[in-house]
Ligand binder design. Structure first.
Ligand code: ADP
Length: 620
């Protein structure tokens, strides 16, 4: 018995004792080795016409003896090759395992693990192989870490059979399933569908007997893989329906994608991308459970089902496939995160998504709006996250509902129709569009002919603050105390009123105490009072922070300003009461403050006092 090289022993050990649940990938590994061996033979066949070019990979399932054999008519291995290749792990493979602390299960999941992965499911592996040009065949046998044996044997043609003797079933692990034809057919379709050579097996099927009396079983050689992936076909060969049916089959989504992107990308790294923008967010999209990612293929071999690194979080909704021959299977053995090629692809994919979304916005507005309804929040988080690192790339993809027509408007569109002399982009926050529409300051802005963006997502205001400005225009909340909408004349008039009513506003401020930071006079449309803020923290921010439970540190509180509408009859009444009846005035002030808090969407605390005051008024 010969010993494995130390390094190989460790890896074998990892495989044999693997707690990794995705053991099925061993089949992908053996098939891809077979495909590589055929590739080499294919190359040789170009100059050697004696080589039979009916290349195929054959799977033989033996339920009774619990074996699965992967056979190929590739180049095979001679004795030296067997020693070298199966006695030592390929040196590239060692890299990933050098990290002492690396979690074996994760490594096995993410990286190609090659031939040795067979030991995840096998108690014994037998390799019978005859190298191209040789007359002797060899049999390599191993039952694991103890070592392996090589002896001469018979094999008619060049090529290799890898026979896996499946482990006994144990609790929670049914190894016998790897001899079930339907299990194997599914695995081939899942991991190796686009291997260039036919992967065949003899399938037992059922048919009506010739005499029409009942059914009989028969065996038929069946090709399990489709060989040409849809993304490798020419765009001109494909119809919209082809993409759509592939999409619904692959992602179990019966809503048609809003956009399909099929592109061959050239540059430092070449790859084909097939991307889908879904019509609806999956149930868990905005939860922690959601896993983003694109399937990563290397020349038709699936390396990873969901490669996270290929998509930034804010485009996590995109589904699809990347296939690159520049990402070899070997690459998967190194830390994927650090892979330069993968980073280059991720960059290219991100740029492509931005440009496709931009095109969609211009050419297919209806679908873009649908998409933004579903995934806009993710994009807005993208603007806000990482201290706004991506804000410039993403700002033109944003949309908000506008006061003008309650429809989506982009920042660019908003800026293209500013009122003369308007230097700010106005926005108002609230839970529902209709409610925002009735906010006192919004009413005023509309009356004055300004357009206001309606923000109803928690993230919205944070995203706009992170942007800071758009096209030189600052973002301004309509509840900002200093909206600066008045003409010089109006300003002057208001200042005079403030002076002549200072006694009243000071008194109101005294009544309200710390609840407000100041009391001011203003002009509104229909409402007697409203709240605004001064300083950095907006009313909306306070609300967002309040809604986040278990927040740490000092509470975030906006400096609130109670604004009183001097055109409203209520103001006149306050003035009168100030000169005649302070007790009633105090009650009015409390009521008006509560009213302003409630209409701004704040929790106004215990309302019983408020109700008592309303009741009292009813009988006056
Ligand atoms: P990798 O395929 O990444 O090199 P493996 O551990 O899977 O690593 O295989 C090691 C080597 O064994 C391969 O590089 C190849 O030379 C040889 N080998 C494995 N399977 C076959 C096969 N079916 N036919 C010919 N050679 C093979």
């Amino acid at each position: 018995m010969q010993q494995f090289k130390t390094e190989s022993k460790r890896i074998l050990d990892l495989m044999i004792n693997s707690i990794y649940t995705n053991k099925e990938i061993f089949l992908r590994e053996l098939i891809s080795n077979a495909s590589d061996a055929i590739d080499k033979m294919h190359f040789l066949s170009l100059t050697d016409s004696s080589i039979d070019s009916a290349f195929e990979i054959r799977l033989t399932l033996d339920k009774e003896n619990r074996t699965l054999t992967v056979s190929d008519n590739g180049v095979g291995m001679d004795k030296d090759g067997l020693e070298k290749n199966l006695g030592t792990i390929a040196s590239s493979g060692t890299l990933a395992f050098k990290k002492e602390n690396a979690d074996a299960a994760e490594l096995i999941g993410q990286f190609g693990v090659g031939f040795y992965s067979a030991f995840m499911v096998a108690k014994k592996v037998e390799v019978i192989t005859k190298a191209y040009g040789s007359d002797v065949a060899y049999k390599w046998t191993s039952e694991g870490v103890d070592g392996y044996e090589i002896e001469e044997c018979e094999r008619e043609n060049f090529g290799t059979d890898v026979k896996v003797y499946l482990k006994d079933d144990e609790e929670g692990e049914d190894y016998g399933r790897f001899t079930e034809q339907y299990v194997i057919a599914d695995l081939v379709r899942k991991y190796s569908d686009y291997i260039r050579y036919p992967i065949v097996t003899d399938m037992t099927k059922s048919r009506k007997k010739a005499d029409g009396e009942g059914y009989e079983d028969y065996t038929e050689k069946t090709t399990l893989n489709s060989m040409t992936p849809i993304w490798k076909k020419q765009k001109s060969e494909l119809k919209k329906e082809d993409y759509e049916s592939y999409y619904s089959m692959k992602y179990y989504d019966f809503d048609k994608p809003l956009r399909v992107v099929h592109a061959k990308m050239e540059g430092n790294v070449e790859y084909t991308a097939l991307l889908f923008f879904p019509a609806k967010a999956p149930m868990d999209f905005y939860s922690r459970e959601f896993k983003k990612g694109l399937s990563l293929y290397s020349n038709g071999v699936l390396i990873m089902d969901k490669c996270e690194q290929l998509l930034p979080d804010y485009f996590g909704f995109v589904r699809g496939v990347i296939d690159s021959s520049d990402v070899s299977l070997n690459i998967s053995r190194e830390m994927l995160q650090q892979d330069r090629q993968l980073k280059a692809i991720a960059n290219g994919v991100e740029k492509k998504i931005v440009s496709e979304l931009t095109k969609m916005l211009e050419e297919d507005r209806e679908n873009y709006e649908k998409l933004f309804e579903q995934f806009g929040s993710a994009i807005k988080y993208g603007v806000y996250n990482d201290y706004g690192a991506k804000k410039d790339e993403l700002k033109d993809l944003l949309m908000f509902v506008s006061s003008a027509d309650k429809k989506f408007v982009t920042l660019k569109e908003y800026c293209s129709r500013l009122k003369e002399g308007q230097n700010d982009i106005y926005y108002a926050c609230g839970e529902e569009i209709d409610k925002i529409d009735r906010v006192a300051q919004v009413e005023l802005m509309k009356k004055k002919g300004f357009e206001v963006l309606y923000l109803k997502d928690n993230v919205d205001e944070f995203a706009l603050r992170m942007l800071g400005e758009y096209d030189g225009k600052k973002f301004k909340s309509v509840s900002d105390k200093d909206l600066n909408l008045d003409t010089e004349e109006e300003k002057k008039e208001m200042e005079d009123k403030a002076v002549s009513n200072k006694d009243l506003t000071d008194y109101i401020k005294d009544v309200l105490g710390d609840k407000v930071s100041s009391v001011a006079l203003t002009r509104l449309v229909s409402q007697p009072v409203c709240l605004s803020y001064e300083g950095e923290i907006t009313l909306e921010m306070e609300k967002v922070f309040r809604s986040v439970k278990g927040g740490q540190g000092a509470p975030v509180v906006a400096k609130k300003v109670l604004q009183i509408n001097i055109d409203h009859p209520v103001f006149k009444r306050l003035r009168e009461l100030f000169d005649s009846d302070h007790e009633t005035l105090k009650k009015y002030v409390t009521m008006l403050y509560t009213q302003a808090m409630l209409s701004e969407g704040f929790d106004a605390g215990d309302l019983s006092e408020y109700f008592a005051l309303v009741d009292e008024l009813l009988v006056k």
